[in-house]
Design a protein around this ligand. Structure first.
Ligand code: FMN
Length: 184
C-alpha cells in the first residue's frame, strides 16, 4: 500500500492505494530464460577485428563484445572465446584493426563468423598503415595494439591501445539485437 494524492477530495488529501509489484515477466511465466537470451536483449553494434600483417597470417572475426575503455590513454576492449584457435595470435604489442560495420556489410559479418578458412576468399579488403587488413566500406576504423589479455571464464578480454582512428563510410550501422541483424 502507498499514499497517493486524492484527486476527488482536493489538494493536500491522500488515500491509500494498492500497487501490484512489478514482477519480471519470467517470474510470472515461471520460466527461466537462457543467459544468452538475456545478453541478446542488449543491442550492440557489430565489428570485425582483424590481425596479421602477412597474407598467410590474416585473421578476422565478427565481434559484438567491443567496449570503449579509456580516452586518455585511448583504449578499447573486446572478448574472444578461449576455444578460438587464433586467440594466441593476439600477442602483446601486436597490431590489429577494428572495423565498425554498416548495414551493407551483413554478408561480411556472416562470413567472418563462419568457416575460418573461407573468410578471405573473394573478400575485398585494403591494408592499413599498420599492414593489417581492413574493410573500407565500414563506418569507421580503429588501428590498435594488444595491451593486456585477461582470461575471464570461457572468454579472454583483450584490452588494446589505440594508435589511430578514421571515419569512413557514412551509412546506417549494423545492429545485433535478439540474435538478429537490425538497423536504426
Ligand atoms: C554478431 C556476432 C557477434 C559475435 N561476437 C563475438 C564476440 O564478441 N566474441 C567471440 O569470441 N565470438 C563472437 N562471435 C562468434 C564469432 O564471430 C565466430 O563465429 C566464432 O568465434 C568462431 O570463430 P573462429 O572460427 O574464428 O574460431 C560473434 C558472432 C556474431 C554473428
Amino acid at each position: 500500500m502507498v499514499d497517493a494524492p486524492d484527486s476527488k477530495s482536493g489538494e493536500g488529501n491522500f488515500v491509500r492505494v494498492r500497487v501490484s509489484p512489478a514482477l519480471p515477466i519470467d517470474l510470472i511465466m515461471k520460466k527461466k530464460p537462457s543467459l544468452t537470451s538475456i545478453f541478446s536483449l542488449f543491442a550492440t553494434g557489430i565489428t570485425i577485428v582483424t590481425n596479421g600483417n602477412k597474407k598467410s597470417e590474416y585473421f578476422g572475426c565478427t565481434i559484438n563484445s567491443f567496449t570503449s575503455v579509456s580516452l586518455d590513454p585511448a583504449m578499447f576492449l573486446f572478448c574472444l572465446g578461449n576455444y578460438n584457435k587464433y586467440l594466441k595470435t593476439f600477442k602483446l604489442d601486436s597490431p590489429l584493426n577494428l572495423n565498425f560495420l554498416s548495414m551493407s556489410q551483413k554478408k561480411l559479418s556472416n562470413k567472418f563468423a563462419s568457416d575460418v578458412d573461407k573468410r578471405w576468399i573473394n573478400t575485398n579488403y585494403s591494408i592499413a598503415k599498420n599492414k593489417v587488413p581492413f574493410f573500407k566500406e565500414s563506418l569507421g576504423l580503429i588501428e590498435g595494439k594488444v595491451y593486456k589479455k585477461v582470461k575471464s571464464g570461457d572468454h579472454t578480454i583483450i584490452i588494446c591501445k589505440i594508435n589511430d582512428f578514421y571515419k569512413m563510410t557514412p551509412k546506417k550501422p549494423l545492429i545485433y539485437y535478439k540474435s538478429t541483424y537490425q538497423t536504426i
